[in-house]
Design a binder for this molecule. Structure first.
Ligand code: PMP
Length: 409
């Protein structure tokens, strides 16, 4: 059990009033709030040892380098690997996936190859593959979805064929909340020699992740959705695959030798970290990982499942007026709940809730093809995190009821 009252004190923003009302922050799928421990870590860096890393001969530079590399090791073990070189710092999930599509994709994909995706991908795990397919003449293929928003694996054996070179999918949908059976898909993909790229943006912050157990080839995730700063994210890749890949960006730090005509590349992970990296935010992400580990990912997941289950039951009250998407079974999903009310645009609903201090997301959630599958232009989405409470859900349900009555008058 989490000590919610105590924990919430770590998040200064949760005391905020919005339009004179107590903030209820249900937009964690977009970005999470930050605990004091992360904010303090950033302040400490800038106040006490701000300096560039890896090339300094002075104490501040050594301290910053040490903290930066300690954060890398922490993040490696957080996702279950003992190989810090397999952790590449990027801006976020988007950049991580683009790195793979650009570097691994250009070196390994050619005409006639197949790239297998799902219709529930965020644009950042769809558009880079579309462009790779266009560049190379490869073909995109897609799993189907079931009625309740799970992946339909009934035709997996025909979808995954010797032509499949890459499978890319999200572990948890940012819209439906669905947690995909990625291990099963990874095993099937590996049996035909395909690699698998996982989008962990919505799962890594909320449940334990073990890249060795999963045996995924790549995993991308974003610091800002897991209590960390914006502008920092992680691409994990198997070391032997990263070793074979060309760098994605070129410049300082990623080189070993440079002559006027030619250059050679630094070791992993530095060959993928050109230029001055986002030092402060890497260190801040290290503090976020410490915080998550202190609470425990299993505890966080259990708490969110409890909130999700409670919210789904309460939402049934509106079942004649509102459709809730995604699996009902909380063994199959996490805490992103999307809904759509006939005749009420999600933006209007979102604005109504905002007036009461409740922050939800309304829109296509960067998943336009999924909106098409769901046959809606947009949805409202409430997404939970470790600091949310059952009382907040009660308040949300009360105000949602008022909103429905107001708009349906
Ligand atoms: N994938 C998923 C499933 C996401 O939810 C998001 C963020 N909404 C992203 C990718 C992109 O993450 P970022 O904007 O941090 O790069």
């Amino acid at each position: 059990m989490l000590n919610l009252e105590q924990m919430r004190k770590d998040f200064p923003i949760l005391n905020r009033k919005v339009h004179g009302k107590q903030l209820v922050y249900f937009d964690n799928g977009a970005t999470s709030q930050k605990p004091r421990q992360v904010i303090n870590e950033l302040v400490d860096y800038y106040e006490n040892y701000n300096s560039n890393i890896h090339r300094s001969v002075h104490l501040l530079g050594e301290e910053a380098t040490e903290k930066y590399e300690i954060a890398r090791s922490k993040i490696a073990s957080f996702i279950g690997t003992s190989v810090p070189e397999s952790i590449v710092f990027v801006r976020g999930t988007t950049e991580g996936i683009n790195l793979v599509a650009s570097s691994w994709g250009s070196m390994n994909i050619s005409a006639g190859d197949e790239i297998l995706l799902t219709p529930m991908e965020h644009h950042s795990n769809l558009v880079p593959w579309q462009l790779l397919a266009e560049r190379t003449g490869a073909q995109l293929k897609f799993f189907n979805l079931t009625e309740d928003g799970q992946l339909d694996l009934s035709n997996m054996d025909s979808l995954i064929s010797p032509n499949t070179k890459l499978v890319a999918l999200t572990i948890m949908s940012n819209v439906l909340g669905t947690i995909n059976p990625v291990k099963k898909i990874i095993d099937a993909a590996h049996s035909v020699g395909s690699i698998v790229v996982l989008d962990g943006a919505q799962s890594v912050p909320h449940m334990p992740t073990d890249v060795v157990d999963l045996d995924c080839d790549f995993l991308a995730f974003s610091g800002h959705k897991m209590l960390g700063p914006t502008g920092i994210g992680v691409l994990y890749g198997k070391k032997e695959i990263l070793d074979e890949m060309n760098p994605y960006m070129f410049g300082g730090e990623m080189v070993r030798q440079v002559s006027l005509e030619k250059s050679t590349w630094n070791d992993l992970p530095y060959k993928f970290e050109a230029g001055t990296p986002n030092i402060a935010d890497v260190i801040g992400l290290g503090a976020a990982v410490d915080y998550l580990l202190k609470i425990g990912l299993k505890n966080i997941h259990d708490h969110e499942i409890s909130l999700t289950s409670y919210a789904l039951t309460k939402l049934e009250e509106f079942s004649d007026r509102m459709k809730v998407f995604g699996p009902r079974d909380t063994n199959l999903r996490g805490g992103n709940i999307s809904f759509h009310c006939r005749d009420i645009h999600p933006h209007d609903l979102g604005t109504f809730l905002d007036q009461e201090g409740i922050a939800i997301r309304a829109g296509h959630h960067c998943a336009m093809p999924l909106m098409h599958c769901l046959e809606v232009p947009a949805t409202g989405r409430a997404s939970f995190y470790l600091y949310n409470t059952h009382d907040e859900i009660d308040f949300f349900i009360t105000i949602l009821g008022k909103a429905l009555n107001y708009f349906e008058k």
